[in-house]
Ligand binder design. Structure first.
Ligand SMILES: [Zn+2]
Ligand SMILES: [Zn+2]
Length: 233
């Protein structure tokens, strides 16, 4: 009976199917059905063609072998249903309990050789922060740093101005939109590797802009760990 009471107190409901689950916002069955991104390029995090024969941890897609971006990324999921809905609930509907669940998944996806990184969130402008009340990337970044015992620097990377919604812009417009949007206000990085945390990686334009700023501040490698990777159409 005591056990039943304890279960009742701790029980919650799966955000996707409404079923009962303990301690989590997703039940094991729904978690299992999510669009996991298992086999992806070490640099751009896009799925690799199935016939690749190189060892998994050194795999790079053809595009990145020819012209690598100034960052490397890892993603937990493909940005597809229902992960897109979960991220929207987390980002815009204040489902903050998801920070814990998504943080756990991100921490588990961290490549072991990235553990030496300094963790920073992709910043939001103070105006957006006031509107929304929190920076979803910062909640995830803090959670990952805590779980993996990594150094966390929440406020050094800053967004100088509100950028137009990236979604609505062409690649060239995205780049112009992001030039000078960020700055590093922390101490010089002196070769330290930096791990940027965000919810979604789309074109990588934001990451490239951040990589430029972080490299100028003395960063070694710029790495990114995201919940979901948008695949090209
Ligand atoms: Zn479920
Ligand atoms: Zn690639």
């Amino acid at each position: 009976m005591i056990k039943a009471m304890v279960d009742n107190v701790r029980a919650s409901h799966c955000l996707l199917c409404g079923g009962r689950c303990l301690d989590r916002c997703l039940c094991p069955a729904c978690l299992n059905d999510l669009p996991w991104l298992d086999d992806s390029c070490r640099r751009c995090a896009l799925p690799l063609p199935e016939h690749e024969e190189t060892p998994v941890n050194t795999r790079c897609c053809g595009e990145c072998q020819r012209d690598p971006p100034p960052w490397q990324a890892a993603a937990v999921f493909r940005y597809e249903f229902p992960v897109d809905a979960l991220i929207a609930a987390f980002k815009y509907q204040g489902r903050l309990t998801l920070a814990d669940a998504l943080g756990e998944l991100l921490a588990a996806r961290l490549p072991p050789d990235w553990q030496d990184s300094l963790v920073v969130p992709v910043p939001v402008h103070t105006q957006r922060l006031r509107e929304r009340g929190y920076n979803q990337a910062a909640l995830l970044a803090r959670d990952v740093a805590t779980r993996q015992h990594m150094r966390y620097q929440p406020d050094s990377l800053q967004r100088r101005r509100v950028t137009a919604m990236q979604k609505t812009l062409s690649p060239a417009q995205r780049e112009a939109n992001l030039a000078d949007a960020f700055s590093w206000q922390g101490p010089p990085l002196q070769g330290c590797n930096v791990l940027v945390i965000d919810d979604v990686l789309t074109t990588g334009a934001t990451l490239s802009a951040l990589a430029r700023v972080l490299t100028e501040a003395g960063a070694g490698e710029v790495r990114a760990l995201v919940v979901a990777r948008t695949l090209p159409p």
